[in-house]
Design a protein around this ligand. Structure first.
Ligand code: BDR
Ligand code: CA
Length: 317
């Protein structure tokens, strides 16, 4: 990543424990300049995740407004992930009160303003359904050249998690995903291929508590909560899906990335929301870079280091 100028970022998501941890990573990296936070319905209703966005911004001392996006997918009905993320969408930790009111602009208006006003092209990190991003692309195709990259958590080339073929963010709004993959903007796809390898184990996140800073304590409390449902499903640790969409930007050297052409299946009782590589980069210029693997231990070390950067001491074993 070029370190000379800060890279402007828009964080679009549905926090959500792993969205929130992704944003901790983005806020900790001095090479990024977070210009906007936009909320999209997904893990919980828009009202709940948007409120979480404001509290996360306060926790991370991000002096920016939050804009609300769409309350429902473009065409589909909303499915929430309440079983995993709790009643608020971000259960498990007390968060600071929001410092700013909601923006009077919609998510699309805020994203469009950031793109228009930015001298450098902007990276959009989309860690929820791609509803807001698709709405932006439809409303403002003229701004596509201002989008350097859309880094998503979503999909996968091998399997699903919400159905056996579809991942939650894509299945929530497959039409939005289709619009993104067909928009002609560069996409970096952190799908389940990599995110199900991005596991942090309890003994690793307990170390965060020895840092004695509020961000680290909060991340540990989020991971405690998020692990409950995952344990019922047989996971020994927590799969950190959304943080991959940030770390694959900042630390591509720890990931395996494959160039390919990705499409989204919109129909079929068993296939709606499936993402697949339709042609290799040799057959057709690639529309996407799909992230397929990572060095797990380095990934965990980067998360601990990011939490440490918010103050406090050394990690003790
Ligand atoms: C995705 O679904 C959500 O529950 C997580 O926040 C992540 O974005 C994983 O399928
Ligand atoms: Ca998410």
């Amino acid at each position: 990543m070029n370190t000379e100028r800060k890279i402007p970022l828009i964080l679009d998501g549905d926090p959500g424990h792993d969205d929130a941890i992704a944003w901790v990573l983005a806020a900790a990296d001095p090479r990024f300049d977070i210009r906007a936070i936009t909320a999209v319905a997904g893990n919980q209703t828009l009202a709940k995740v948007a409120e979480n966005c404001r509290k996360i911004a306060a926790l991370l001392h991000l002096d920016i407004e939050v804009a609300k996006g769409r309350e429902v997918p473009l065409i589909a009905d909303l499915m929430t992930g309440g079983d995993y993320h709790g009643e608020t969408g971000l259960d498990g930790a007390d968060l600071p009160a929001p410092e700013h009111p909601f923006s009077s602009r919609s998510a699309v208006e805020m994203m469009a303003d950031v793109l228009r006003e930015s001298e450098d092209p902007v990276i959009i990190v989309a860690t929820g359904p791609q509803t807001n991003v698709a709405a932006l692309l439809l409303a403002h195709p003229e701004l596509k050249p201002k989008i350097r990259l859309v880094s998503i958590m979503g999909g996968g080339l091998r399997n699903g998690n919400w159905t056996s073929t579809a991942e939650f963010n894509i299945l929530n709004d497959p039409e939005a995903a289709w619009i993104l993959f067909h928009a002609g903007v560069p996409v970096l796809m952190c799908g389940l291929d990599v995110t199900e390898q991005a596991i942090i184990y309890p003994e690793e996140w307990q170390k965060l508590r020895s840092l004695h800073n509020r961000v680290a304590d909060t991340v540990a409390a989020w991971l405690d909560f998020f692990s409950i449902k995952l344990k019922e499903l047989g996971w020994e640790g927590v799969t950190l899906h959304d943080p991959c969409a940030v770390l694959a930007l900042s630390h591509p050297e720890i990931f395996t990335i494959k160039e390919c052409n990705v499409d989204v299946v919109l129909d079929g009782e068993y296939t709606r929301g499936l993402t697949m590589c339709t042609r290799t980069a040799k057959e057709q210029p690639a529309s996407c870079r799909a992230v397929t693997g990572l060095d797990r231990e380095k990934f965990v070390a980067l998360l601990i280091e990011a939490c440490r950067s918010f103050g406090g001491g050394e990690v003790t074993e």
